[in-house]
Every structure is written in structure tokens, then in C-alpha cells.
Design a protein around this ligand. Structure first.
Ligand code: 5MM
Length: 340
């Protein structure tokens, strides 16, 4: 493992004013997104959609540090035959790959899941590196509910995450550590903070036991928010304060950077929260975005699966990328949102 190289990649992923585009939806998930815009979930449509985002200039160059891809996409070519990975590299962004194979029911723990994908992972990393991936992503899913999460669920997912991260680093690939505490449910913001703290504590323990070097990882956490069905929602400032407090208490300063997931927040909420978090400042890590839905819902709607709407889709993607770039330096405003 060359830690300097890993650290250099990780720094590039959280470069000032930039963040990650999570375009790693599996075919089933992108199918659900395409259903909303009444678009057929064909290989060509998936390619056309991702191609137009990766060709959105100058937004890609200025605001996107890296793109998380799915196995199909990292092998795909644009309409003119250029590999999609090359489009990402040409924009100065780092190509990455989702390597988990999904969250499956955890035996003995009804309602909880364990993320799979460790079998053959060493060999897959070798191949993905050749295909151009320089970072990877693995997502553990932790649900809050009656009697949940269990220690077994957190511990099993933390161990799997640590094994993935160690294998990634062994192969010159920066692992994104994504422990997602879901915002479904009616729990309050305090419970989200408590559970997220427990999760981070256990995950960093396992990363330590597995010998993972924190200078060569990026953490992709959830923000501290109340459950969607909680009668008492929180203000933007409350979310920002709780999130910064929680991270400072449980994330070691050696971690190279933090890039949030959006987790089902509306695009404007995810941007406003990120900006308020960065406006507090004083954290040992750069804090940016690694959004899937919050970057893509608007461009998907603008495109609607129609070739004649590609320019509209690109304008919409450029707008969200710019808004989140501003948020990553604490400078997003409602006025900027409206002016555009
Ligand atoms: C882009 O969505 C990813 C999940 O896809 P699958 O469920 O098909 O595996 C997801 O891991 C994503 O990268 C993160 O959760 C962040 O996405 P959001 O939409 O929460 O910002």
C-alpha cells in the first residue's frame, strides 16, 4: 500500500469547492428513478443519461471531484465510442466504483440488513483499478426502530466494512466508508445523533483492527436529522449544530475528508444543511457532498428521457452542482438558488 498515493487521491476527492456525484445506482434503483420520469430502463437510456451528466461542462470541471459508478457504467462507452471513464477523467474528476452487492436480510435480526460483496473482492479490485477506478464505495444500512439497531447489525456491518476498506487500500484504491443511518421512521433528532454516534464508534474500532489507514479513506455519513415521520422536525441550524457536534466527537481528525449522502432529503434541504454545516466551520476535515438523489432528481425530471431535453437536463445538473459547490464552502444562499 502506498499511503501517500491514497492520501493524494482522497485529498482530490474533497478538493475545495468540489464534491462527489453518486451515480452508482444499481439497475434496479435507476429503474425506479426512470419510472418516475416514464423512461424505459434500457442499457442505452442508462448510458445516455449518465453520458449527458459527465459531459456537462464547465460544471463537471469546476464542481465535481469524482463520480461513483456502477459495474455496468464503468465498462460502458459513450455514443461516440469514448469510454465513460475517459469523459470523467477529461473533466479532471476521479472515477470510482460501488463494490458492495447490496444490503441483504441479516439472519436472526428481522428488519435489519447486512451488506454483502466481500467474496472475490480482491480480484474485482484488481480489475476495477485497470478500468480506471481510484476510489470505491461500500454502503452499510442501519435502520432505527423498535429494538433497532441491534449490536449484531452494527458489528457485522462494521466488520464487513473494515474488510472491504483494507482490501481497497491494499489495491491502491481509496475506500469510501458509508454507514447510512436511515432517516425513515418517527425517531427524533436526538435518537439519530445517539445511533449515528454508536455506529461511528463501532466502525472506527473495526477499521483500526483491520489496519485501515485513516489518511486514505473518505467518510460518507448521514447528517443528524429527525426521522421523516417525526412530528418535531428540526431547523437547518439545529441539524448543522448536531451534525458538527456528532462528527467532532466520533470521527478521528486523521480522516482525510467527509462527503455526506443526502438520504432522501429534498435537494434544497441537502444543500442548505451542507452550507450551514460549513458555515459553522472549525472542523479538522473538509466537508462536502457525495449526493445521489439530491444532485440528480432535478436533472432527471428536466431530461424526462428525451434526447431533445438533454440541454435542459445539463442546465439543471449544472445548477445543482453549483449550489452544492457553494454549500461546500458555506456560501449557499436562498437568493443564489432563486437567481439561477
Ligand atoms: C446512488 O444511490 C446509491 C445506492 O444505489 P443502490 O441502492 O442501487 O445500491 C447510494 O449508495 C448512494 O450512493 C448513497 O446512498 C447516496 O445517495 P443519496 O441519494 O442518499 O444522496
Amino acid at each position: 500500500m502506498n499511503l501517500d498515493e491514497l492520501h493524494g487521491i482522497a485529498q482530490k476527492m474533497v478538493a475545495k469547492g468540489k464534491g462527489l456525484l453518486a451515480a452508482d445506482e444499481s439497475n434496479a434503483t435507476i429503474g425506479k428513478r426512470f419510472d418516475v420520469i416514464k423512461t424505459e430502463n434500457s442499457e442505452d437510456n442508462r448510458r445516455d443519461y449518465r453520458e449527458f451528466m459527465f459531459r456537462t461542462m464547465p460544471a463537471m470541471k469546476e464542481h465535481i471531484s469524482g463520480v461513483i459508478l456502477y459495474d455496468e457504467t464503468i465498462r460502458q462507452k459513450a455514443k461516440d465510442g469514448t469510454p465513460l471513464v475517459k469523459l470523467i477523467e477529461a473533466a479532471g474528476a476521479v472515477p470510482g466504483i460501488k463494490v458492495d452487492t447490496g444490503a441483504k436480510p441479516l439472519a436472526g435480526q428481522p428488519g435489519e440488513t447486512i451488506t454483502e460483496g466481500l467474496d472475490g473482492l480482491r480480484e474485482r479490485f484488481v480489475e476495477y483499478y485497470k478500468l480506471g477506478a481510484r476510489f470505491a464505495k461500500w454502503r452499510a444500512v442501519i435502520d432505527i426502530g423498535a429494538g433497532m439497531p441491534s449490536y449484531n447489525c452494527i458489528n457485522a456491518n462494521a466488520q464487513a466494512m473494515a474488510r472491504y476498506a483494507a482490501l481497497a487500500q491494499e489495491n491502491g484504491i481509496v475506500p469510501i466508508i458509508e454507514p447510512e443511518v436511515l432517516m425513515d421512521g418517527d425517531h427524533d433528532i436526538k435518537r439519530c445523533e445517539d445511533v449515528t454516534s454508536w455506529v461511528h464508534q463501532e466502525f472506527f474500532n473495526q477499521l483500526f483492527y483491520a489496519g485501515v489507514k485513516l489518511e486514505g479513506i473518505i467518510l460518507k455519513p448521514n447528517m443528524i436529522v429527525p426521522g421523516k415521520k417525526c412530528p418535531k422536525q428540526a431547523s437547518i441550524e439545529e441539524v448543522a449544530e448536531a451534525t458538527v457536534r456528532q462528527l467532532k466527537r466520533h470521527v478521528p481528525p486523521a480522516v482525510t475528508g467527509i462527503a455526506f449522502l443526502s438520504g432522501g432529503q429534498s435537494d434544497e434541504e441537502a444543500t442548505a444543511h451542507l452550507s450551514a454545516i460549513n458555515a459553522i466551520g472549525g472542523t479538522p476535515w473538509p466537508i462536502t457532498f457525495s449526493y445521489g438523489r439530491a444532485l440528480q432528481a432535478a436533472p432527471q425530471a428536466a431530461w424526462g428521457g428525451k434526447a431533445e431535453n438533454v440541454a435542459k437536463g445539463q442546465a439543471s445538473f449544472a445548477h445543482r452542482a453549483l449550489m452544492n459547490s457553494l454549500a461546500s464552502v458555506g456560501k449557499w444562499t436562498k437568493a443564489a438558488e432563486k437567481a439561477a
